[in-house]
Design a protein around this ligand. Structure first.
Ligand code: MG
Length: 303
């Protein structure tokens, strides 16, 4: 029998990674409702927005208004995506707990997504982490396209490992590895996780899996079996795949939580409240979301 971690920490990305991929502009009041529902379901680490330029992502143009005004319950950590030191200044002004920096393991994706080479992104983040050290703001990092790149195809996991070690060396407390286009399979996930775990302890790593082709939970299971216990997910599976319009992207939080709950792995999440929250999210974006549990409902307990 594989050995599983006793508890898993879920990092919720729906208000940022989810809503930035939704065509309708969601009013700030509705975003607050979503975040309240997430907190009510037990989520304690939530990425609420992004301090990128509103010209890049109009869906998140309300980042300052949202983060300055958001209620901060005890024990809940809010994070925001942060492309540069100007973003960090905005995070400091808003009193954020945490920011997240991002880059890709493949050069073409990084250039198209951030307009920078990987080397340039790393220089920017070194300064950013250095500045954040003087505040109480923790810095998390994302490395995208670890399982494959929409432009370059296969990506050498050793390249992603080098980037991850550089980011941890700067002082990022955790690096989240992304299957950005949802092409990963369990065998590949095993190879990637084993490579990373040779050099990095599991609390410093997270998996950000996409369910675009139905393999996210299978990949998460492999990560669990290898001792990883940090996973990113998005309520309802909110957030499509930017490279395949109409396809699903992020792994749904309630589906991950349901699987973990059934395996006796603690998440601190309340499944009925997650189902209700996913229904709130569907109302907010005005469409059915791809997560399965909130559609099927919780099974009746028998006996
Ligand atoms: Mg994602």
């Amino acid at each position: 029998m594989p050995h599983y971690p006793p508890r898993v920490s879920i990092y919720e990305v729906s208000p940022r990674d989810g809503l930035q991929n939704e065509p309708p502009l969601v009013p700030v009041g509705q975003k607050k409702l979503l975040i309240q529902a997430l907190v009510g379901a037990g989520l304690r680490r939530i990425e609420v927005t992004s301090y990128v330029s509103p010209r890049w992502i109009p869906q998140l143009a309300d980042a300052d208004a949202l983060t300055k005004d958001i209620a901060r319950p005890d024990g809940v950590q809010f994070s925001a995506l942060c492309p540069n030191t100007r973003g960090l200044e905005r995070a400091i002004e808003a009193g954020m707990d945490e920011v997240a920096v991002f880059l890709s393991a493949s050069e073409t994706h990084n250039l198209r997504n951030t307009n920078k080479t990987i080397e340039r992104s790393l220089q920017v983040f070194e300064d950013l982490v250095h500045q954040a050290r003087d505040t109480k703001i923790r810095v998390r990092a994302y490395v995208s396209t670890v399982w494959g790149c929409p432009y370059e195809g296969a990506v050498d996991p050793k390249r992603a490992l080098d980037i991850t070690q550089t980011l941890l060396g700067f002082g990022c407390y955790q690096v989240s590895l992304g299957d950005t286009i949802g092409v990963g399979n369990p065998k590949q996930t095993q190879a990637i996780c084993e490579l990373f775990l040779q050099d990095i302890s599991p609390e410093k790593l997270a998996l950000h899996l996409h369910d675009t082709r139905g393999t996210a939970l299978a990949n998460a299971l492999v990560g669990l079996q290898l001792g990883l216990f940090h996973f990113d997910s998005s309520l309802g599976g909110l957030g499509g795949c930017p490279y395949a319009p109409g396809a699903s992207g992020n792994l749904a939080t309630e589906d991950l939580a349901f699987m973990l709950d059934g395996m006796g792995i603690e998440t601190g999440l309340n499944l009925p409240a997650l189902v209700e929250a996913a229904q709130v999210a569907e109302k907010i974006v005005g469409r059915a979301l791809p997560g399965k549990l909130h559609t099927a409902g919780l099974p009746q307990r028998r006996g």
